[in-house]
Design a protein around this ligand. Structure first.
Ligand code: SF4
Length: 353
């Protein structure tokens, strides 16, 4: 069965609506994209036969919440169940901006792009069980609509940094983004969408020539091949020289700053030498560096560096003229490392026979 949200990007003739009732399209769009309803029964200005007909042909929800951790004014983490019984996660992060008296609260949603992940970064919970499948465009959109329903409004920013490697699922990600960005649909600005990658160089180049102005975040996590090879197997396929060349192409084509994401792992990638090398890469690409002190993942051997080591690393970058910030994950207490909620849920499931 097709998912209704996907139809919103198609001519209304594809919806099978009565031809003499063009206003129905607007009503349905409003229910799905502004009121984020979770059932056809809630579309009270549609006739019962039309609701029944839509329900028999189009699934309204592609992701349903199983657990929600956190509260309204803090980071909230959602575990979604998909149509085939798989689980993925999203995280909704509030940030208050502006001066006193003029404060606004912005919402950022971190979205998953695959069930599991094939890239096996050693420090990440999402890759522990390997890759199961790509999310469909409807399932990507479904996370945004469901989170919007729970929050009471759509997020201001989307970051594709949840479970999976987004650039390995471009055939589903790009149609989903077209719909989320289209002003007649959810109207997210492309500039408010950040796509992260563990380092798929050819797809970075493909994205460089995409007409929309997405932001790119490179999950670098080590500044030399010797260390990156050890913690990110993707580096063997696209070593740093090749990867940074692809980033050059992106920066030249888009004329936009890119971001380096760098998880700090004690004794692995937090040395002054790594900081110096990282500064060289960042200066070459005018990249901003987000340092992320590691959140312990149960069963993995990595540790968070001391506060002193974290600040020393950051100071080295700043002294070298690089824009760098230490990002404190808001959600230590709610399994904030991506993939942990899903692993726990799957451990509760009976073994397949
Ligand atoms: S960090 Fe990203 S690319 Fe690496 S295993 Fe985790 S989800 Fe996959």
């Amino acid at each position: 069965m097709n998912a209704l949200p996907l139809l919103l990007d198609q001519p209304v003739s594809a919806w099978g609506l009565p031809p003499d009732q063009p206003y129905r399209e607007k009503q349905i769009r409003t229910w799905v994209l502004q009121r984020f309803v979770s059932s056809y029964e809630e579309m009270t200005d549609l006739s019962l036969p039309l609701r029944t007909s839509l329900a028999s042909r189009f699934r309204l929800r592609a992701a349903e919440p199983v657990t929600i951790q956190g509260s309204e004014d803090t980071t909230r983490k959602f575990l979604w169940k998909l149509g085939d019984g798989s689980y993925v996660e999203s995280v909704l992060i509030p940030a208050t901006q502006g001066l006193e008296g003029n404060r606004s609260s912005r919402l950022t949603l971190c979205v998953s792009s695959q069930v599991g992940c094939a890239y096996g970064c050693r420090f990440c919970a999402s890759g522990i069980d390997g890759w199961r499948r790509n999310l469909t465009a409807a399932e990507i959109i479904g996370q945004v609509l469901e989170a919007s329903r729970i929050a009471g409004r759509r997020p201001d920013n989307l970051v594709f940094m949840g479970m999976g490697e987004p650039l390995a699922n471009l055939p589903n990600l790009l149609p989903a983004l077209d719909l989320l960005i289209s002003p007649s649909n959810l109207g997210m600005g492309a500039r408010h969408v950040t796509i992260s990658t563990s380092g798929l160089a050819p797809q970075i180049e493909e994205l460089a020539y995409h007409p929309l102005q997405f932001r790119l975040a490179l999950s670098l996590h080590a500044a030399s091949d010797a260390i990156r090879d050890k913690i990110m197997p993707v580096n063997k396929r696209y070593p740093l020289d090749r990867l940074l060349e692809a980033c050059d192409v992106f920066v030249r084509a888009k004329k936009k700053q890119i971001f380096f994401e760098y998880i700090l792992l004690a004794g692995i990638n937090d040395s002054p030498e790594q900081a110096t090398l990282l500064a060289q890469h960042a200066r070459r690409l005018f990249a901003k560096v987000n340092l992320i002190p590691y959140n312990k993942v149960e069963g993995l051997p990595y540790e968070r560096p001391s506060e002193e080591a974290i600040h020393l690393f950051c100071r080295t970058l700043l002294k070298a003229g690089v824009r760098a910030t230490i990002r404190r994950e808001k959600g230590h207490d709610i399994d904030a490392a991506c993939g942990q909620l899903r692993l726990r849920q799957e451990m509760k499931q009976p073994e397949p026979t």
